[in-house]
Design a protein around this ligand. Structure first.
Ligand SMILES: Nc1nc(=O)c2c([nH]1)NC[C@@H]1CN(c3ccc(C(=O)N[C@@H](CCC(=O)O)C(=O)O)cc3)C=[N+]21
Length: 305
């Protein structure tokens, strides 16, 4: 193995430290405490993984955490009413509605009903448009975390070839916008891309965000490239044995085949301990940013795009 392992867990701890300092300063000098509201409808397992760490880290950073757990059958009207209440609550600076939502709810409608200034996920059409035109916006947490790691590792990204594998609204597309903003030459590849191996092989920066376990093998990676693995996939790990209930043990893997990619890449993020912790750290960072903007205060340095 030759690649530098980019320690997202440690980097995220640094970001959370900075968030904590800003929060303390806001309280001491202005008597303001940033507040983050998280709305969870139903019991999606991926969202529960996320919520577990998130509430704890929000409190640890000195912020207020408001959790709204609604049952899976909650009507769209009730959800919209809750969002309206949170939009008008001055103590709430950030609102996150966990995705995916149950099938009977129109996710786009719900997301676009959040006050864009409180949209710490950066999914509202206004924020998407602002990001796409290079204006100040709320930037989606996962791409923001990836960008912070890339800048930290590479310094300037200007002129580099970047390939984003995956075209989702929550990762692929905003990641491509951020990389374009850094003056990379950006390709968005996806399931219909012809000669995906060749496309990936051109890249100085590979961001894999497709949600398919170990899809990108080392043979696709240009020697020395920086690989950011956004995937968090749980797969069966029979080599680890069985649980007490007889079910087979599992483990988390990324969208990249770690061993083979690490053998050729210059640097790579691990799963777990890479992008995931950065996503949560950036959610806290966005909440502080939203709070500062809401109060007409200068933005926290080093926590924005
Ligand atoms: N509106 C919305 N925004 C989101 O950002 C959002 C969402 N909905 N729905 C669910 C997904 C999932 N997600 C994760 C974030 C961090 C970890 C994370 O920190 N993972 C750890 C591992 C956790 C473990 O050990 O299981 C790691 O990668 O090291 C995981 C998952 C955010 N999501």
């Amino acid at each position: 193995m030759s690649a530098t392992i980019i320690d997202g867990k440690a980097f995220a701890a640094t970001i959370r430290g900075k968030v904590g300092e800003h929060v303390a300063r806001l309280r001491e000098t202005h008597g303001i405490t940033p507040g983050l509201a998280v709305v969870l409808v139903g019991e999606d397992p991926a969202s529960q993984v996320y919520v577990r760490s998130k509430g704890k880290q929000t409190i640890e950073a000195g912020m207020n955490s408001y959790e709204h757990k609604l049952d899976a059958g909650t009507s769209q009207a009730d959800l919209l009413a809750l969002i309206d209440t949170l939009n008008n609550d001055a103590e709430v600076h950030g609102i996150l509605v966990q995705l995916p939502l149950p099938g009977h709810i129109d996710s786009d409608l719900v997301i676009n009903s959040i006050d864009p200034a409180k949209d710490v996920d950066g999914f509202h059409i206004s924020n998407v448009g602002l990001l796409g035109t290079g204006q100040k916006s709320m930037v989606p947490c996962t791409p923001l975390g990836c960008l912070m790691m890339l800048r930290d590792h590479l310094g300037s990204l200007s002129g580099l070839d970047a390939v984003v594998v995956g075209r989702s609204n929550i990762v692929g597309k905003p990641m491509a916008q951020l990389l374009l903003g850094e003056s990379c030459t950006v390709t968005i590849a996806h399931s219909r891309t012809r000669d995906l191996p060749d496309v990936v092989r051109r890249a100085d920066i590979v961001v894999a965000a497709v949600g398919r376990p170990e899809m990108v093998p080392g043979e696709w990676i240009k020697p020395g490239a920086t690989v950011i693995d956004v995937g968090i996939n749980r797969i069966d790990a029979p080599e680890r044995g069985t649980n007490e209930d007889g079910s087979v043990k599992t483990r988390l893997v990324g969208d990249c085949h770690f061993e083979s990619c690490a053998a050729v890449a210059g640097a790579i993020t691990p799963v777990p301990g890479g992008v995931g912790p950065m996503t949560i750290a950036c959610l806290l960072a966005n909440t502080v940013t939203a709070c500062c903007r809401a109060n007409g205060l200068p933005e926290p340095e080093g926590l924005t795009a």
